[in-house]
Design a protein around this ligand. Structure first.
Ligand SMILES: Cc1cc2nc3c(=O)[nH]c(=O)nc-3n(C[C@H](O)[C@H](O)[C@H](O)COP(=O)(O)OP(=O)(O)OC[C@H]3O[C@@H](n4cnc5c(N)ncnc54)[C@H](O)[C@@H]3O)c2cc1C
Length: 220
């Protein structure tokens, strides 16, 4: 770990808001500049190693927001969900190289893996982008109303357990397998669990996407 990944800065919670059955948005003042797509480390105790979270807010906003899920067997996320205004939290400087850029791209995520793309679009990078989000339930397409308005037909939801009009029924991998003529000159950003990232990468390579156009951020 480099110094920027471990040096802790004291910050104060502004809000922690539940936005779906298992998902929360934590807001705190932004202490540092960052590139959309980067992460910060968070911990509540200086002796506990920080866990990493993608920044979900725009690069010019005064607040820095994090989208997180409660991991039932985890140690930090349950505590994060109970924080109140004014509570202390330790945060590292932003780091990482999963950078949002202006080039045409597919932004592909499962679950809270949508967080870096929220930051990218809130930083004005949504032009020429196709956002594909996979989730088990319809209520886990975080910010779907806003994203639908922003991306229109370029916002695709893939849901495995529930159905709805305009929502692809099945996994993100099934959706991508069915696509013909995926542009080979676009970048493909993948963010989420390692299984999804590896499977999607293999599908894209099979479909002729150059390996160098695939950029991945693995959460666990
Ligand atoms: C680069 C990066 C960015 C990340 N960004 C985010 C983000 O924006 N939002 C977010 O919610 N999480 C994100 N994570 C995951 C996060 O760092 C923690 O792993 C997660 O919040 C669990 O923390 P915990 O202390 O509650 O659980 P821990 O005590 O760390 O873990 C307990 C157990 O749960 C497993 N586990 C950890 N994370 C997950 C998960 N997401 N799903 C299923 N099992 C898991 C671990 O393997 C372990 O066995 C990111 C991880 C990385 C590496």
């Amino acid at each position: 770990m480099t110094e920027e990944q471990t040096k802790l800065f004291t910050n104060k919670i502004i809000t922690v808001e539940q936005i779906a059955p298992e998902a929360f948005i934590l807001a705190m003042p932004r202490l540092h500049d960052f590139v959309p797509g980067q992460v910060v480390g968070l911990t509540l105790d200086e002796t506990d190693p920080p866990r990493l979270y993608s920044i979900a807010s725009g690069a010019r906003e005064d607040e820095m927001r994090i989208l997180f899920n409660i991991i039932p067997q985890g140690s930090l996320t349950k505590k994060l969900s109970k924080l109140k205004k004014g509570d202390r939290i330790y945060v590292t400087e932003p780091f990482g190289s999963f950078y949002g850029k202006a080039d045409p791209a597919f932004w592909i995520a499962t679950g809270t893996g949508i967080a870096p793309y929220l930051s990218m679009y809130r930083s004005g990078l949504e032009k020429n982008k196709v956002l594909i989000h996979g989730s088990r339930s319809l209520d886990s397409f975080y910010f779907q109303k806003e994203l639908k308005e922003k991306f229109g037909d370029h916002y695709i939801r893939c849901c495995t357990r529930e159905s709805d009009r305009d929502v692809f029924k099945g996994r993100i991998t099934e959706y991508l397998r069915q696509q013909r003529n995926l542009p080979t000159d676009y970048k493909y950003y993948l963010c989420g669990g390692s299984e999804m990232v590896v499977e999607v990468r293999d599908i894209l390579v099979d479909k002729g996407i150059p390996f160098g156009n695939i950029v991945a951020e693995i959460y666990f």
